[in-house]
Design a protein. Sequence first.
Length: 114
Amino acid sequence: QVQLVESGGGLVQAGGSLRLSCTASGIIFTINTMGWYRQAPGKQRELVATITSRGSTNYADSVKGRFTISRDNAKNTVYLQMNSLKPEDTAVYYCQARYDYIYWGQGTQVTVSS
C-alpha cells in the first residue's frame, strides 16, 4: 500500500518560513520523481517544484528564489523549504510521487497572513 504523508503546514505571517515534509512508503523512493503541488480555493492544482531521482530540480516561476525542494533517499522523504512567504502562497500543498504511476498525499494546509 502506497502512502505519502505530508507534514509541516500551518499559519505563518508574510515574510516567514515553513518547511514541508513528505515521507513515502510502499514505493521504491529512489527511482521516483517527487513533487510538490498546491491548490488554492477556487483554483486548479498547480506545480510548485519537482526533483528527479538524480536530484534535478524544477520550479514554478512564482516560487523561484524563495522555495527549495530537496530529498533524503535514506529517509524516503522529500522536503519543501519555503522562505519569504506571501499571502498568495496560501493553499493546500500536496506531495506527488511519479514513476510508472502517480501517487498523491492527502495535503497539508499552508496559510500566509498579511
